[in-house]
Write a protein that binds this ligand. Structure first.
Ligand code: PGA
Length: 245
């Protein structure tokens, strides 16, 4: 696991975007794994800028998103489909047929999870972008999720609902369930970039990088990934042990 500590959010966003841009330049048909949340917004802004400056084309890029809420229609402002559309897809030349997001509306949610999992098993993610929850989740793999899980329907942790309530009018509006790639899907990616910024992530990041590997802190599994880069700002990185930097 390589750890890069940057001065601030802008630098984290630019460094992470440069990894993505490099990946696409080397392989224009690359498959990206994408994340939502506040952290990657700056990274996506840098990708949009790179596209506008003709540095990169998304014409042949394929994408898979990590997760989606259950119970919010696609066009709900807080659905992850809306997030991706407004923060990235509508600004670049990606073919929306190449975009994959977990479907979330059916009487048989387990079937939807299976279908998304089949898609993931038939494709290889070249570069997966991850954020980290303050409780150590990656995607929506909450503490206690078996590390061997593939795509599944998860009941969201109270901490996650509380953290995400800032995007809703109240915590009661935050969905209780989501569909998420499992740890196993994430670990199959050829390369992973985890980005973390701000004081509220310092403990989660410390445990992910320096802690024991166990399912109570799902991000800790990334220590076993052969090609994982952590890019954080100084605040999120304050507790990291010197030897890892
Ligand atoms: P955040 O979410 O970027 O909004 O902090 C990260 C996550 O929950 O994975």
């Amino acid at each position: 696991m390589e750890v890069i500590v940057c001065n601030n959010y802008q630098e984290v966003s630019m460094k992470a975007a440069n990894y993505v841009i490099k990946e696409i330049i080397l392989n224009p048909e690359t498959t990206l794994g994408l994340a939502t949340g506040s952290t990657p917004i700056g990274l996506y802004q840098n990708l949009i800028d790179a596209y506008r400056n003709n540095l990169v084309s998304f014409e042949d890029v394929h994408t898979f998103n990590l997760d989606e809420y259950i119970g919010l229609p696609k066009d709900h402002p807080q659905s992850y489909y809306s997030f991706m559309y407004h923060n990235l897809f509508k600004h670049i030349n990606i073919n929306l047929n190449n975009v994959n997001m977990p479907e979330n509306e059916s009487n048989n949610l387990d079937y939807l999870a299976k279908e998304y999992n089949n898609l993931l098993c038939n494709n290889t993610i070249d570069l997966q972008i991850l954020g980290i929850g303050s409780n150590g989740h990656i995607g929506f793999n909450e503490p206690g999720t078996p590390l061997s899980n593939e795509t599944f329907i998860v009941e969201l942790d109270e901490q996650t609902r509380l953290d995400n309530s800032r995007f809703f009018m109240s915590i009661d509006e935050v969905p209780t369930h989501a569909i998420t790639m499992g740890i196993k899907n994430i670990m199959r990616s050829k390369k992973i970039i985890l980005i973390a910024t701000g004081d509220s992530k310092k403990e989660a990041l410390y445990k992910a990088v320096n802690g024991e590997i166990n399912s109570s802190h799902p991000a800790s599994i990334l220590q076993l990934h052969p090609n994982c880069v952590v890019i954080c700002d100084q605040e999120a990185g304050t507790l990291l042990e010197k030897k890892t930097l």
